[in-house]
Design a binder for this molecule. Structure first.
Ligand SMILES: Nc1ncnc2c1ncn2[C@@H]1O[C@H](COP(=O)(O)OP(=O)(O)OP(=O)(O)O)[C@@H](O)[C@H]1O
Length: 318
């Protein structure tokens, strides 16, 4: 891995937007020193909440926006104002699709493929992504998930070495999501450098070889999913326990370090469990109230726990 030269290298990226009338015409710094690397044959994920700066980072990496500072090298070149030769080696799937609304999907994909010297096998992409099912419908009338599939096929039509996927699973039903995930995994196996953004922890956890968590235009953590989750487990000995029972029960009084919440009706989550005594506090409440939970799980730490902890620390620091 260390001998592989990264397809994308970003160092200390700065990007300002504005002037913003609501801020007396001042500029807003939305990227404040983002750095990352993405290797071929790997899925590199930018994970962050809404507005963290993921799409802006991708737009700079793709050469669609001119950065206000820092350096960006895509396949060894500055992507801003790059030659068509560089662009033909890169595929982009934008969050809002950017597809011409009046065209039909297959005509569009054949046209896009015809613009490249070494296009992908477009029939196989159409088949894989189930685009045949809606081939006679214009893009304008496609559902969100169908547009996503066409946008992914368009991003891959030129047989790129690097592909940028902005929220690739947005709007997809579980079956299409699985198809897209399988395709991404296969492309990684074929040596593509895949850079994706998501705010969905589950997607990041399932797909990523390396994750950069960004918040407020800055890097806040990075690593493999395994390293990030292991580090968080080491940082904090507390675990969470989930159970399902009758909805909207009166909450018990628990020791101060425990927090019992009902994130959705009938689904309870006890946070901060450190040892078996903490479980006694919970089971005493169940015994007093005659509650027998329908299900009960102690959860291993997920990327979501890591993310929420980092976000919490960020909020505390502000
Ligand atoms: N053209 C623009 N002018 C002014 N502000 C902008 C512009 N584009 C983006 N921003 C701001 O920059 C910040 C980062 O936006 P960006 O779209 O990169 O976030 P994101 O992490 O991709 O979010 P999301 O998950 O919601 O797509 C946001 O606060 C956004 O409002």
């Amino acid at each position: 891995m260390s001998n592989v030269s990264p397809s994308l290298v970003i160092e200390d990226l700065l990007k300002d937007f504005g002037p913003v009338p609501a801020l007396d015409g001042r500029m807003v710094r939305v990227l404040n020193g983002i750095s990352l690397k993405a290797n071929p044959g790997a899925v590199t994920t930018l994970l962050g909440s809404n507005g963290a700066g993921k799409s802006t980072t991708l737009a700079c990496a793709q050469g669609l926006l001119r950065p206000d500072g820092g350096t960006t090298r895509l396949l060894g070149k500055d992507p801003y104002g790059a030659s068509p030769a560089l662009r033909s080696r890169v595929g982009v799937m934008l969050q809002d699709g950017g597809l011409p609304p009046s065209l039909r999907p297959i005509a569009l994909l054949r046209h896009v493929a015809s613009l490249y010297r070494r296009p992908a096998d477009i029939n196989s992409l159409i088949d894989r992504l189930g685009i045949d099912e809606f081939s006679t419908t214009s893009i304008r009338r496609l559902s969100g998930g169908q547009k996503q599939r066409v946008a992914l096929a368009a991003a891959l039509a030129g047989n790129p070495e690097v592909v940028f996927l902005d929220e690739p699973s947005a709007g997809l039903d579980p079956q299409s999501r699985q198809v897209v995930f399988d395709l991404i995994t296969e492309l990684r196996g074929a040596g593509l450098c895949i850079v994706l953004t998501t705010h969905l922890m589950e997607d990041a956890q399932r797909l990523s070889d390396y994750v950069y968590i960004i918040d407020d235009g800055k890097n806040v953590a990075e690593g493999t999913v395994a390293a990030l989750t292991a580090r968080a487990a080491h940082d904090s000995a507390a675990q969470a326990l989930s159970f399902t029972a009758a909805a909207q029960m009166e909450m018990p009084r628990l020791p101060g370090h425990l927090l019992l919440v009902e994130p959705s009706p009938g689904h309870y989550r006890l946070e901060g469990v450190r040892d078996a005594h903490d479980l006694t506090a919970l089971t005493s409440w169940w015994a007093e109230r005659g509650i027998l939970p329908n299900s009960l799980t102690m959860q291993p730490r997920s990327l979501e726990d890591v993310f929420l902890e980092i976000a919490d620390k960020g909020n505390d620091a502000n």
